[in-house]
Design a protein around this ligand. Structure first.
Ligand code: ATP
Ligand code: FE
Length: 356
């Protein structure tokens, strides 16, 4: 099967072609991603109208480029998959309209894909991971633990009650005068800092379950910075490094401990070959990744982190989710409504109790 995927739910315009033959591993034939960081840089966040217009202008070209790189034409495809939510609705609509046009013109089947399902199914594209596995999605917009139990079966067992960790990294960078995206900048600074100099809280560790909170860390950072400014009139290079190191250590600690609990809840299902997979840009952070690897190893769980280009927003994961849904006989018109909100866990109720 050969599928075209289209993604435009946030600030990346992306198109990709993925092929999966009857034998062998699936192959990403082309994956084009056009980011919009520069377009939104002056506004301190993604501006929905600017994002929607940029998607409308660029998606055509992304698709053409992906098809050309893959060496296929629309006629060679078995289907077209497009992100139909959740995300910024203007962007989602740009993608859905383009996909509908292409499908109508070529007569190929059209499938709507949940963006989060795209992330959650990625370890099956990269590693052929069997169900069930535990998925930690940590990005600029999301933070949740999902038990992936089937192409269309995800159980959310916990997640952030406020900010996403990537958002917290980005705000931290902003407060300290570092460039966006904040994650890589904060990690660089943290490498030369002392994580013990400033006391950052470890939110929600005192409460049972797998829920997380990151907004308090941002406030702690703001307070520490303001105290330094009041005391010495500004912050030094070393102050900044120490603040970054303290903040990053707090995020890494909380994610590791909550992941440990999520693994216990998941292991209660007795999977034969337990695995933890991560997705999202924050998974690029070496300290965070090390913490996750450690708790996985302690519980005898395989740890998987797909290559970063497939961890962050991309269309290969959408094409792949399309292939998976097509094979499973899933997907119809109902998935093609553009949805700003679309929780993966339809029941929204935890299937099993969150472990402590
Ligand atoms: P979503 O996919 O949930 O809609 P998004 O598009 O913002 O959100 P990604 O592209 O997966 O998410 O990841 C971007 C986020 O990852 C940014 O917030 C960025 O700061 C963060 N990030 C990237 N690299 C690192 C790093 N090394 N350490 C920490 N955070 C990082
Ligand atoms: Fe995403």
């Amino acid at each position: 099967l050969t599928f075209l995927g289209i993604e435009s739910s946030c600030d990346d315009s992306a198109a990709a072609v993925v092929r999966h033959g009857p034998d062998g591993a699936p192959k990403v034939l082309a994956s084009v991603v056009q980011g919009q960081v520069a377009l939104h840089a002056d506004f301190g966040g993604v501006v929905p109208e600017i994002a929607a217009r940029a998607h409308a202008e660029r998606l055509d070209h992304c698709v053409e480029q992906a098809l050309a790189e893959a060496g296929v034409t629309l006629a060679d495809l078995d289907g077209i998959a497009v992100t139909s939510g959740p995300g910024l609705i203007g962007g989602v609509l740009s993608g859905v309209m383009l996909a509908k046009g292409l499908a109508a013109g070529s007569g190929k089947p059209l499938l709507g894909v949940n963006h989060l399902a795209g992330h959650a199914l990625t370890p099956r594209l990269t590693d052929g991971l069997p169900f069930p596995y535990l998925m930690l999605l940590v990005s600029g917009g999301h933070c949740q633990f999902l038990i992936a139990d089937g192409v269309d079966r995800f159980h959310r067992i916990g997640g952030t009650i406020d900010d996403a960790p990537g958002e917290a990294f980005d705000k931290t960078a902003k407060l300290l005068g570092l460039p966006q995206p904040g994650g890589p900048a904060v990690e660089r600074e943290a490498a030369q800092g002392d994580p013990a100099r400033f006391a950052f809280p470890r939110p929600l560790l005192d409460r049972p379950g797998c829920d997380l909170s990151f907004s308090g860390l941002k406030t702690a950072l703001l307070r520490a910075r303001d105290a330094l400014v009041a005391e010495q009139g500004g912050i030094t290079v070393q102050d900044r490094r120490d603040l970054c190191a303290g903040f990053q250590a707090a995020v890494a600690d909380v994610l590791a401990e909550k992941t440990r609990r999520a693994l216990l809840a998941y292991l209660a299902l007795n999977p034969a070959a337990p695995a933890l997979a991560v997705a999202g840009g924050v998974a690029a952070n070496a300290a965070i990744r090390a913490g996750l690897e450690t708790v996985s190893a302690q519980q005898g769980v395989r740890f998987l982190a797909p290559p970063l280009r497939l961890c962050t927003d991309n269309a290969a994961m959408i094409a792949w989710a399309g292939i998976e849904r097509f094979r499973a006989g899933l997907g119809g018109d109902a998935d093609l409504v553009a949805r700003p909100r679309w929780p993966l866990d339809a029941s929204a109720a935890p299937m099993i109790g969150s472990g402590k």
